[in-house]
Ligand binder design. Structure first.
Ligand code: PNS
Length: 163
């Protein structure tokens, strides 16, 4: 099986991301999770916080990946640097499609040898996004069914300005 990279901003990681990682892990023998250092959108969590939460969530949920790496610049350059033949992305609803299609075709133009592979998220997470989690938590809602405890506690500290 080709080696794969699952990239994202993970601001923060959610059970939706973890669901995709578990699915990809069953298909690919060698799966790396790649955290982008400077996403185009502004993040709530710092780069180090996002990285720490990804690692702790994987540990806490007992999900084994080959490694968690970080990258800046083009995704395809990161994939090449780590000898990845595939980039894995999760699809939730129709609304993801256009952005993912554009990204996959751009990446194919830049690096035709790297294939994008899309996995459908579990139905129960098909509405879930990092942005929704942040909004719910900021407004005092319970996000325990959306993110691991370590993420929930971090968000609680962020929104109480203790962090
Ligand atoms: O979790 P996200 O925010 O949907 O992840 C987006 C990500 C990090 C995969 C995307 O922004 C990305 O690939 N960034 C690196 C820059 C790049 O390669 N851009 C050109 C691809 S269209």
């Amino acid at each position: 099986m080709p080696k794969a990279l699952y990239p994202g901003s993970f601001d923060p990681i959610t059970y939706g991301h973890l669901d995709i990682i578990e699915r990809a892990e069953k298909i690919f023998d060698d799966l790396m999770v790649g955290i982008v250092e400077n996403p185009r959108k502004e993040t709530l969590l710092s780069f180090n916080e996002r990285k720490e939460l990804v690692k702790k969530s994987l540990e806490g949920e007992n999900i084994q990946v080959s490694s968690v790496i970080t990258f800046s610049g083009l995704l395809v350059n990161c994939a090449k640097q780590h000898n990845r033949e595939s980039i894995v992305r999760g699809l939730r609803a129709n609304s993801d499609f256009e952005y993912e299609f554009q990204m996959a075709l751009t990446n194919r133009d830049l690096a035709p040898e790297i294939e994008s592979v899309f996995l459908m998220t579990a139905g129960e997470y098909s509405f879930l996004s990092s942005s929704i989690v942040k909004e719910v938590k900021e407004l005092g809602g319970d996000v325990s069914s959306f993110v691991p405890g370590v993420v929930e506690r971090k968000l609680a500290r962020k929104f109480s300005s203790a962090d």
